[in-house]
Design a protein around this ligand. Structure first.
Ligand SMILES: Nc1ncnc2c1ncn2[C@@H]1O[C@H](COP(=O)(O)OP(=O)(O)OP(=O)(O)O)[C@@H](O)[C@H]1O
Length: 783
């Protein structure tokens, strides 16, 4: 019975106490468990070596020692595993102690009375196992909170829909176990809690948005129907946030079958990787795998080539702009990222099934173990229908056997004898252990010495060919680079593979460029993905990660259609969630496709969903309206700001670079004085950052931290960060100060989106500085 004199707030405060008491009880239990086990583990570690019987006096003893160590390691791992389970629970409960839930809904299913549901980051069930004090935000019923206003409502259940009426929707801010605020949605205009959250300062890492997920975002988070989800969202519309909440949702929804290592997220750069790494742990989930496309390239090609990265490519294109060389390169970058080229390569691969695969001969010193022609004969001797994978694997086995036979044939050869003379004690020891393992060195064995000699020689020969074995095992006998070059070296071959039978414009230039770069063991960024694709296809995509169930691609507008198609092949069984903003397509390689074409056509329309997010949550209304003015009106039309007001953007004219630095330094001090924790000074290229840092350090007091962010940095620090535009992708700052937005720096058509990307990183303050003439992309009203 509700007491008339109790206000809803008092009622909620009492209920909070009940929940906290439950959390406390659980916590005590878990802590006791943890305490027991911790002592266990610490003590055990100390005893670890005492219990191991250490004896290396002979091989039998070594074996004994080894197994005794392994036994202890197994035991320790076992104990640490259960210890981890307990500490995860303690961690979760600690968070629940701080803030056990953030929402309440009262829902009456059709034909029954209202049920009161509290929603939090994780669930809390009473000791009876029946009382749900708090529901996890990912439970089916919780979606009512995100999707509906009070009134008729429904939520999805595994076998249909549960309909009813939402009677109350209440939001709470609970911190440190205290009820700070509560609002009923029906009582307030707009979303007070979202307002409050967005007005806070930004941090050096991204936050979870669990308490304020918006309806359109919830649609992305909970989609289970589509194999390909493509999200076009305005800058700051919560694409990355929704993606991470979706990962957490999927891990919960499919917890029996899906682990974090079966989810992979492609991030734009290492800075961004660090930036988002705290969201999932904050939601109580382990992080998924994160990768940059660059890492894929490095893993495959980096050992043998110095591969240019996307940023270096961008800067090289910028530097050569306007020259014939620059134009030719740009054309080549666009072409090699295109679907046309992907189809050409696919058709080339088809041809290679019949003929043309280039192999490297297997040689040891001047001796040929298997010639390229022999390898080719083996390869093409296997049915084409078996596919590249089976054929390459069969040839690999054949080559390994061939090496083994060759080693046998070499035991008596002079070079082996000579090398055996030179071996050191350790090798002799190993040969001894070998012979012994085979039952030698007992009374009846008269030929032990001879055996030892033979073992030694064999070992010497095996050691000598070890690099060859390794190369064969990693399929180095397939010469992917020669295969790729061949496509450009033969005009008729290229034309016959090209879908329209034509050579691309600038084909001769591309051929010459490949010769120049690859000959020097360097590689242009635009050649890396096609080469990687050919190389992996030739091995039958043996390294494809069939295990990966979900692939997320953030900042998807930066990928070329070729890269999109390649990723689809690489993760053949995965469902794809692709998020991007065509207004932020800043790289030449993806401009051809309008930023998205490559993705939306990857799968059939029935399994594809293309969604839009148009409300921008990051920046104040003033900043959103201002930055919309940078874009072409048709591109900006649908972007709407969330109603949060702040300072209008300011454009500041400076006489020269020195003055510009001076003015920015002054403004930095002002921003710090106003309590802004993260300030981003964003330059166009990496080239300018060094100069900017030097100027700022000179003018700012020593205690103001100024950090230069480079491509390799993985942490975003507090204070002032100086970084080039492309590293600012996806991240945000309380205040953004744009370094030199002059017409000279941002005057070209392709600078428009770059300037937009840079300016939309700002949460509260945007100031733009320039020397000379101001970029004509900036709206006039700002100054
Ligand atoms: N529902 C929400 N509740 C609270 N904050 C939100 C919500 N959606 C987005 N935000 C905030 O808006 C900001 C931008 O979000 P996010 O970085 O996910 O956007 P994005 O679309 O990936 O942006 P961009 O494309 O510009 O990199 C973040 O600070 C995020 O916390």
């Amino acid at each position: 019975m509700q007491n008339e004199s109790i206000t809803p707030r008092e009622e909620e405060e009492m209920r909070l106490l009940v929940v906290l008491e439950q959390v406390g009880k659980r916590m005590r239990k878990e802590l006791a468990l943890l305490g027991d086990r911790r002592e266990d583990v610490v003590g055990f570690r100390q005893e670890f070596w005492d219990d191991v019987r250490m004896n290396f006096s002979d091989s039998t003893e070594v074996g004994e020692t080894w197994s005794s160590i392994m036994q202890q390691v197994e035991l320790l791992a076992e104990r640490e595993r259960s210890h981890k389970v307990a500490s995860e629970a303690v961690e979760r409960l600690t968070k629940q102690f701080d803030s056990p839930y953030f929402a309440r809904i009262d829902f009456a299913e059709q034909g029954s009375g209202p049920e009161v549901i509290y929603i939090g980051r994780s669930s809390l069930v009473g000791e009876d196992g029946d009382t749900f004090y708090v529901y996890d935000w990912r439970a089916p019923i919780s979606s009512l909170f995100y999707d509906h206003e009070p009134g008729p409502a429904a939520y999805r259940i595994p076998d249909g829909e549960m309909k009813g009426e939402l009677l109350l929707k209440r939001q709470f801010v609970i911190r440190g176990g205290q009820l700070k605020h509560m609002f009923d949605t029906s009582e307030t205009v707009g979303d007070e809690i979202l307002q409050a959250v967005l007005s806070e300062g930004s941090d050096t890492s991204m936050k979870s948005i669990v308490a304020t997920i918006q309806k359109e975002q919830n649609g992305i988070i909970r989609d289970e129907k589509h194999k390909l989800l493509v999200v076009q969202g305005a800058a700051g519309s919560g694409k990355t946030s929704a993606a991470l909440q979706r990962v957490a949702y999927l891990l919960y929804r499919f917890r029996e079958t899906l682990g974090p290592d079966q989810i992979i997220l492609f991030s734009p750069n290492p800075v961004f990787k660090g930036y988002i790494s705290r969201v999932l742990p904050d939601l109580g989930e382990a992080n998924m795998r994160q990768m940059t496309f660059r890492e894929l390239i490095e893993a495959r090609l980096g050992r043998r080539y110095e591969v240019e990265d996307l940023f270096a490519q961008t800067e090289a294109l910028a530097a050569a702009e306007g020259t014939p060389e620059g134009e030719a390169r740009e054309r080549s970058v666009r072409y090699k990222g295109s679907e046309h080229f992907f189809i050409t390569v696919e058709r080339y691969l088809k041809r290679l099934e019949q003929e043309g695969v280039r192999f490297r001969p297997l040689r040891f010193r001047a001796m040929t173990i298997a010639s390229a022609a022999e390898i080719s004969e083996q390869f093409y001797g296997i049915r084409a229908s078996d596919g590249f994978g089976t054929r390459a694997a069969t040839v690999r086995r054949w080559l390994l056997e061939r090496i083994r036979q060759w080693v046998d044939s070499q035991i008596g050869e002079a070079w082996v004898e000579e090398a055996a003379e030179l071996v050191d004690g350790e090798d002799i020891q190993r040969a001894y252990v070998d012979v012994r393992r085979r039952g030698g060195f007992h009374d009846e064995a008269f030929d032990d010495e001879e055996q030892m000699g033979e073992r030694l020689r064999r070992r010497v020969a095996e050691d000598a060919v070890a690099p060859l074995v390794k190369a064969v095992k990693s399929y180095r006998f397939i010469d992917a680079v020669a295969i790729y070059r061949e496509l450009f070296e033969s005009r008729s071959l290229f034309a016959s593979c090209s879908p329209d039978g034509k050579l691309p414009q600038g084909w001769e230039w591309m051929l010459q460029r490949i010769e120049d770069t690859i000959g020097r063991k360097t590689m242009d960024h635009e050649d890396a993905t096609p080469l990687m694709y050919i190389s992996e296809a030739m091995e039958g995509f043996r390294k494809v990660e069939g295990d990966i169930q979900y692939v997320f691609v953030d900042e998807a507008q930066d990928y070329s259609p070729f890269q999109a198609a390649y990723l689809r092949r690489r993760y053949p069984r995965a469902r794809l969630t692709v998020l991007g903003d065509f207004n932020q397509a800043i790289y030449v390689q993806s401009q051809e496709s309008g930023g998205f074409g490559g993705w939306t056509r990857l799968m059939s329309p029935e399994v594809t969903s293309v969604l839009r997010l148009t409300t921008s949550y990051r920046s104040t209304e003033e900043i959103v309206e201002y930055t919309k003015g940078i874009l072409a009106p048709e591109d900006a039309a649908s972007i709407t700001p969330f109603h949060r007001s702040g300072e209008s953007p300011i454009v500041v004219a400076c006489d020269d670079g020195g003055r510009l630095g001076e003015r920015i330094a002054l403004d930095i001090e002002e921003m710090l004085g106003r309590g802004y924790g993260t300030i981003g000074v964003i330059t166009k290229t990496a080239h300018e950052t060094g100069n900017a840092v030097a100027l700022l350090k000179e003018r700012l007091p020593d205690e103001v931290p100024v950090t230069l962010i480079t491509g390799g940095a993985a942490e975003l620090p507090k204070g002032v960060s100086v970084l080039p535009s492309y590293l600012a992708k996806g991240i945000e700052f309380d205040a953004v100060l744009v370094w030199d937005a002059s017409e000279a720096r941002y005057g070209k058509e392709k600078d428009r989106k770059l300037l937009y990307t840079v300016c939309t990183r700002a949460l509260h303050v945007l100031r733009i500085y320039y020397t000379g003439e101001v970029s004509s992309w900036l709206p006039r009203q700002g100054g």
